[in-house]
Design a protein around this ligand. Structure first.
Ligand code: G6P
Length: 607
């Protein structure tokens, strides 16, 4: 969702900005633009892809500027159009602004400014920031920014240029991520690390309402009161390769194939001879023993991971678990009691609703343990405890390795809690830990089905509707599989608890409708076979995912994909893998832009 880059230094700004924006394309966008200096502020922007912007720049001629800001916009206020694209400039043409987030009181501010004679040309909330900056401008960038911050409400990451200060770039943030990249004789701003990696590995993480003043040779940081502050310099530990496709057609397939390695990095350091070692948490054994209820809160696929987490956690630790969608949780006045624990799950660590849910839980006085992939992200910083998924950067909008590493952490937490609470026998716990340790290799084994899934996907690529059914952990996988299919292939799909289908949805099954039956848990296998018979009798075509050896399924399904046999508890980590590949190959077959599906964003930083 919206990407910001900014540059000040000795190089030509335009190529640096375009290159940085290209690295942020994965976040999702529908228009793009830049501002540089050419005897004053010069802005060029357009609806559509970055290639359109590059072409427009080529036609108008590249300006020889050494400073600039750039933006990819994911429309919120106002349709995707040239006019609504960023950067937005003030009326006198001196101020230019890029913004990620939402200014909640923009209508109020707009009315105020219109009253003062300001004329607006876009429908965006961002234009208000540029105009207000002009209105409050006192010749000093920092004091004007402070006046701005006192008046705007909402979420923002802002990059600001003013033609009176051609050697200065200002950046500030609240609730939307923004990094300050530190180079030699050049400095940068960016929404995310991939935009910086080609130029520098050193960066500052801006905290809420900290203001950065970037010059070619220095970066100064200020708090809201204008006092100068010092901050820790972070160092990126991963390589640019991690953010490149490395020979794959799409990031999504690269990330699917990275799952065994990501799982190994996430699980291994936490599984020692002595059992599970969660070095990252401060939660005491006493707190775990007395935990009354767990509230898992997340969005999208992370919410599906939470559903798997509930089955596993309740099964092994016998703590009641509720799973909520963050955007619901935050507004439904949830009942959280002393001794409850909130588990927040987020790949990016920046999802606006999830962050708000975290704050709600903290406001109500319960501890928050988060499962996050991006180190130093807002959710990681605001949680009491964080367990990182070491999946590395995930670029494709549709999550794969982010999701399966979240599952592995949920297994770790569940088994750790079970150990502390004594809810599993030593023998059973030992067996579970052994199986958990083999998860990376078993995942690698299943991913070898790649070619088979491609072949199957070809047959069903032009289905109109797909129903995916399962029970228990297979139901959670059905939900995730259905989301993957919808996200990247645009096929209408629904996930159903297999036993629930006959309460309505079965009326949609007609001759030839594709039903995918996920039936990987031995304990529920026969029940699933009965459900498959019900849809078969109504003309469905059935693709089944079943454990090796359960050949009875062949009598009812049209096609079967067998998975290596696993203990029922861990099927939650395996059953989704063939479906990731299925969705991927269907999307490829249909000619979809797999990594950047229409209308979607990787990191959803607005509510
Ligand atoms: C977006 C992405 C999903 C993701 C969800 C939650 O909708 O497209 O793939 O599951 O956000 O993101 P998070 O970063 O909080 O896990």
């Amino acid at each position: 969702m919206c990407g910001i880059v900014g540059y000040i230094g000795k190089e030509q700004a335009v190529p640096v900005l375009l290159n940085g924006l290209a690295k942020l394309e994965y976040r999702g966008y529908d228009s793009a633009g830049i501002t540089v200096f050419d005897n004053g502020v010069y802005t060029i922007k357009t609806q559509g892809r970055l290639a359109n912007l590059a072409e427009k720049i080529r036609q108008e001629g590249q300006k020889p500027s050494h400073i600039g800001i750039g933006h990819t916009r994911w429309a919120t206020h106002g349709a995707p159009s040239d006019r609504n694209s960023h950067p937005h400039n003030s009326q006198n043409g001196k101020i230019s602004v890029v913004h990620n987030g939402i200014i909640e009181n923009y209508l109020e501010l707009k009315a105020f400014l219109e009253d003062k004679g300001y004329h607006f040309v876009s429908e965006t909330d961002t234009e208000v920031v540029a105009q207000l900056f002009e209105y409050e401008y006192d010749g000093d960038m920092i004091s004007t920014t402070r006046k701005l911050l006192q008046q705007i409400r909402g979420a923002y990451a802002l990059g600001i240029l003013c033609s009176d200060h051609p050697d200065t770039l200002v950046a500030v943030r609240k609730d939307s991520p923004l990094l300050i990249g530190l180079g030699k004789g050049e400095n940068y701003i960016a929404s995310d690390i991939p935009a910086l990696l080609e130029y520098t590995r050193e960066y500052y993480l801006l905290e809420e309402n900290e203001i950065a003043l970037l010059k070619q040779d220095e970066v100064k940081l200020y708090d809201m009161d204008g006092g100068e502050i010092q901050k820790e310099v972070y160092h990126v530990t991963w390589n640019l390769d991690a953010a490149e496709k490395g020979g794959y057609d799409y990031f999504m397939m690269k990330e699917i194939m990275e799952q065994p390695e990501a799982l190994k990095k996430t699980i291994q350091p936490r599984l020692t001879e002595a059992g599970i070692h969660l070095q990252d948490i401060s939660l005491t054994e006493e707190e775990i023993k007395n935990c009354g209820r767990i509230h898992i809160v997340a969005c999208g696929s992370a919410w599906h991971a939470g559903i798997v987490g509930r089955y596993v956690m309740e099964e092994v630790s016998r703590i009641p678990v509720e799973v909520d969608i963050a955007s619901e949780f935050r507004y439904r006045n949830p009942i959280l009691q002393k001794g409850d624990l909130c588990i927040i799950i987020s790949q990016s660590g920046e999802t606006a609703d999830t962050l708000a849910a975290l704050r709600e839980a903290k406001k109500q006085g319960i501890k928050v343990l988060s499962i996050v992939n991006v180190v130093g992200s807002s959710i990681a910083r605001e949680s009491d405890d964080v367990i990182y998924t070491w999946a590395g950067p995930e670029i494709a909008v549709a999550t794969t390795k982010g999701y399966t590493t979240q599952l592995s952490v949920l297994y770790l937490i569940a088994l750790y809690f079970a150990k502390v609470r004594g809810t599993l026998s030593e023998a059973r716990l030992g067996a579970y830990l052994e199986e958990l340790a083999t998860l990376p290799e078993r995942t690698a084994e299943i991913l070898k089905m790649d070619a088979k899934m491609a072949e199957i996907a070809k047959k069903y690529a032009f289905s109109k509707d797909v129903f995916i059914i399962g029970r228990g952990l297979d139901y959670a996988a059905a939900m995730e599989a259905s989301l993957k299919l919808k996200e990247i292939s645009y096929i209408h799909s629904e996930a159903y608890a297999a036993g629930e289908l006959k309460h309505g949805t079965i009326s949609l099954i007609e001759e030839g409708t594709l039903v995918v039956a996920i039936a990987t848990q031995s304990s529920l296998f026969e029940k699933l076979v009965s459900n498959v018979k019900e849809v078969k009798a109504r003309g469905a075509k059935v693709l089944a995912i079943a454990p090796e050896g359960e050949t009875a399924i062949e009598d009812v399904a049209d096609e079967v994909v067998y998975l290596p046999k696993a203990g029922d508890l861990f099927t939650g980590s395996y059953n989704v893998l063939p479906m990731q590949m299925f969705a991927y190959y269907i999307a490829v077959e249909r000619g979809c832009d797999v990594d950047k599906p229409r209308n979607l964003a990787k990191s959803v930083t607005v509510e």
